[in-house]
Design a binder for this molecule. Structure first.
Ligand SMILES: C=C1C[C@]23C[C@@]1(O)CC[C@H]2[C@@]12CCC[C@@](C)(C(=O)O1)[C@H]2[C@@H]3C(=O)O
Ligand SMILES: O=C(O)CCC(=O)C(=O)O
Ligand SMILES: [Fe+2]
Length: 371
């Protein structure tokens, strides 16, 4: 099976601009000044659903959240707060390194892992006020460049975090599938106990330094993730916003110990459009540095993802062709926000896929095994 690190071999992304030392910039350079944004308005009264993992009605709550929002905040997920605190310490240590040190682990144009800008940068005329660090599998090789003496302590933290996310992602997959009326037995790569052993993931650390002119800057431009699910931990600084159909941008405030769960493009495809992948972006602020840790979770790279048979029928044709994660990442690298429509087969026959339709339809929510 090809590894995720091979996804961009045929699709290099060249980010021409020299990476800046954000802390030394007192004024927003023109290359970072986004022209007036018509959508700076934040919907004040709208709130992303918060779901308790142990709620007896969790599958229905997840179904409603995924259909109407494509995102929810998860609490009572079992990951200890102390692990988030240690991961935060490692993230802070990493981004606080001098620029020349971080550049020793710079991501090359056709690689996935390493330090740099978000890949989507190349699709925008202006630069984003952020830096990021992507880790696939082991952090060891990268961390050896960053901390030749102290790499081991940071490796241990990151590996513990990856293991916790892998476990949580498998449990979440069972919950999300159940919410679609699909059981783990319906998904070949789920494994006998729903452990989703062959799943692939990338850990993406983001830093959004404080910014001298936040209203004209953009931390991370609007995008969807190409994943099945993304599990995001944010520090206690606001900035994440999601686009809600009919309402506009809605802030996703950090919840202590909470995790933001995004529907990604592959779940959009698997659910035959029932769960739309969420468009999100990050704004920056004048005084506080924001950090986030995203666990981008997908299937084994060579597994074909297509609309699930249980969600396809005479009145619900398959809306997307099948695609592997590797192929889709390549498509995204080329077409960015047109990637999903580039694998689309047809328009819905009627409105049964409209995310705003009411909740009554013929899908049964599968009962979850008790944990
Ligand atoms: C597996 C991956 C998904 C991702 C590209 C990547 O190789 C690692 C970084 C991920 C990320 C995070 C920020 C937004 C995004 C669109 C990007 O440019 O890099 C996503 C990519 C994705 O989900 O397509
Ligand atoms: O920083 C955030 O809150 C969002 C990060 C994000 O969207 C990503 O890493 O894909
Ligand atoms: Fe994202």
């Amino acid at each position: 099976m090809p590894s995720l690190s091979e996804a961009f071999r045929g699709h290099p992304v060249y980010l021409h601009h020299k990476h800046p030392d954000f802390n030394s910039l007192q004024k927003l350079p023109d290359s970072y000044a986004w022209t007036t944004q018509p959508d700076n308005h934040i919907h004040p009264n709208s709130t992303v659903p918060v779901i308790d993992f142990n709620h007896p009605n969790a599958p229905n709550l997840v179904r409603h959240a995924c259909r109407t929002w494509g995102v929810f905040q998860l609490i009572s997920h079992g990951v200890p707060i102390s692990l988030f605190a240690r991961m935060h310490k490692a993230t802070l240590a990493l981004f606080s390194l001098p620029l020349h040190q971080k550049l020793k682990a710079a991501r090359s144009p056709d690689a996935v892992s390493g330090y740099g800008r978000a890949r989507i940068s190349s699709f925008f005329p202006k630069l984003m006020w952020s830096e990021c660090f992507t880790i696939i599998d082991s952090p060891l090789q990268l961390f050896l460049h960053l901390w030749p003496q102290h790499y081991a302590i940071y490796c241990d933290i990151v590996m513990e975090y990856q293991a916790a996310m892998e476990k949580l992602a498998a449990k979440l997959m069972c919950l999300v599938l159940a919410s679609l009326g699909i059981s783990k037995e319906d998904i070949k790569w789920a494994g006998p106990r729903g452990e989703f052993d062959g799943a692939c993931a990338a850990l993406h650390l983001n830093s959004y330094p404080s910014c001298p002119d936040p209203d004209r800057a953009m931390g991370l431009a609007a995008h969807t993730d190409s994943t099945l699910l993304t599990i995001l931990h944010q520090n206690n600084v606001n900035g994440l916003q999601v686009l809600k159909e009919g309402e506009g941008w809605v802030a996703v405030p950090p919840l202590p110990g909470g995790l933001v769960i995004n529907v990604g493009d592959l779940l959009h495809i698997l659910s035959n459009g029932l769960y739309p992948s969420v468009v999100h972006r990050v704004r920056v602020n004048r005084t506080r540095q924001r950090f986030s840790v995203a666990y981008l979770y997908g299937p084994p790279t060579n597994v074909e993802i297509s609309p699930h048979v249980k969600l396809v029928g005479p009145t619900r044709p398959a809306l997307y062709r099948s695609v592997t994660w590797n192929e889709y990442l390549g498509t995204k690298a080329k077409h960015f926000n047109k990637a999903l429509s580039s694998v689309r087969l047809s328009e819905p026959i009627n409105s049964s896929f409209d995310v705003n339709e009411d909740e009554s339809n013929d899908l049964e929510v599968v009962q979850l095994d008790s944990p």
